[in-house]
Design a protein around this ligand. Structure first.
Ligand SMILES: Cc1cc2nc3c(=O)[nH]c(=O)nc-3n(C[C@H](O)[C@H](O)[C@H](O)COP(=O)(O)OP(=O)(O)OC[C@H]3O[C@@H](n4cnc5c(N)ncnc54)[C@H](O)[C@@H]3O)c2cc1C
Length: 318
């Protein structure tokens, strides 16, 4: 079983340089202890709580739970050889302001709160970001009622400093953009969420959490020999097994599988509903010679989006 860990190298220092961070295979400080347990003893590492999925949701949940319950033992199980290998490392990088969500909904509340907490965290950690703002531009009269609706939602949701601006102000903010009116959200920004996930991982490990990479969960079961005794005694009676045969034990499991979340839910004995419905989108990259044409995030009232993504990981904070 120790072969599983063969290619992993320990992250002794955490570089702020994004390139280094992406290339590093981050591993828990106690990885050697885990190796020994797997190989020589043949015993399974035991935890109070296991989180399946090392995307931003799994890492954020793991970090927060460990901060709230420092006496419990936590582990994250991730099937890839690094954190944030899927959506969390491949998205538009927008720090959303909370304009679109239904007023009063939890999404609206958490998005606005999350914006403030995110910037605070980035500043504390020195994570590069760009608060470049966002314009939602109406180019035809028939789009104005929908734009007005978005503005009112933004006001109700408490989106900071949101404004309705006219054509002249649009030009001032984005000189190459034309429109009748626009919603302007100056605090919307961009960040490398994959990098943020790596930082969450470092926080988690520094608090004593363990991360098992290359651990593709294939099965959850109440361990046969402990069905009666361990579960009744509230011991680590759940066995989580990987596709390579490795396993860990725990008392509680939280699955955060992103696009695999319905499959993991089913595997863990829950309903597969709601199901993940994949759909395809496309990104078009602006020729670098033309990058001055877009300064921030420009959204239509409809569906196409222009996002200024000039390598945010190397951008100075603004
Ligand atoms: C194209 C696109 C653009 C987006 N743009 C933005 C944006 O600009 N701003 C924004 O805030 N959000 C954006 N999002 C949404 C955001 O990226 C997601 O909400 C977020 O990344 C979800 O994180 P996650 O941890 O749930 O999923 P993921 O990042 O997919 O993580 C799930 C993890 O679970 C692991 N896993 C799955 N099955 C198993 C298993 N059996 N065993 C072990 N591990 C397993 C996977 O390997 C993966 O690492 C965008 C999403 C997409 C797709």
């Amino acid at each position: 079983m120790h072969n599983v860990f063969r290619n992993a190298r320990k992250c002794t220092s955490f570089s702020r340089n994004h390139q280094n961070v992406q290339n590093a295979v981050c591993f828990p400080a106690s990885s050697s202890a885990i190796n020994r347990k797997f190989s020589s003893q043949g015993t399974e590492p035991e935890y109070d709580v296991v989180i399946v999925g090392g995307g931003i949701v799994g890492m954020a949940a793991a970090r927060e739970m460990l901060m709230r319950h420092p006496n419990l033992k936590f582990a994250v199980l991730e099937k890839e050889n690094r954190l944030a290998a899927h959506q969390s490392g491949h998205n538009s990088g927008v720090i959303h302001g909370g304009i679109y969500y239904k007023p009063g909904s939890l999404k609206a509340k958490l998005c606005v709160e999350g914006l403030h907490l995110s910037y605070k965290y980035f500043d504390e950690k020195g994570i590069p970001y760009k608060k470049c703002g966002k314009l939602i531009v109406a180019v035809a009269k028939e789009e104005l009622p929908r734009l007005e609706d978005l503005y009112n939602r933004g006001i109700k949701n408490g989106v900071p400093d949101i404004q309705m601006v006219d054509g002249a102000k649009i030009k001032e903010i984005e000189p190459y953009c034309q429109g009748l009116k626009a919603v302007w959200s100056p605090h919307t920004g961009i960040v490398d969420w994959g990098l943020v996930t790596q930082y969450y991982g470092e926080d988690f490990k520094s608090l004593g959490g363990e991360i098992h990479l290359n651990f593709e969960v294939k099965d959850f079961k109440v361990a046969q020999e402990s069905k009666v005794k361990a579960v009744a005694a509230n011991k680590k009676g759940i066995q989580v097994t990987a596709s390579n045969g490795q396993s860990v034990r725990c008392r509680y499991v939280l699955t955060c599988g992103g696009l695999q979340s319905d499959r993991l839910a089913e595997l863990s004995g829950c309903s597969r509903e709601p199901r993940i419905v994949p759909f395809r989108g496309e990104y078009l990259l602006l020729n670098p010679a033309k990058s001055h044409l877009v300064k921030g995030n420009i959204y239509p009232v409809g569906h196409l989006i222009l996002v200024s993504h000039s390598s945010v990981s190397t951008l100075p904070q603004e």
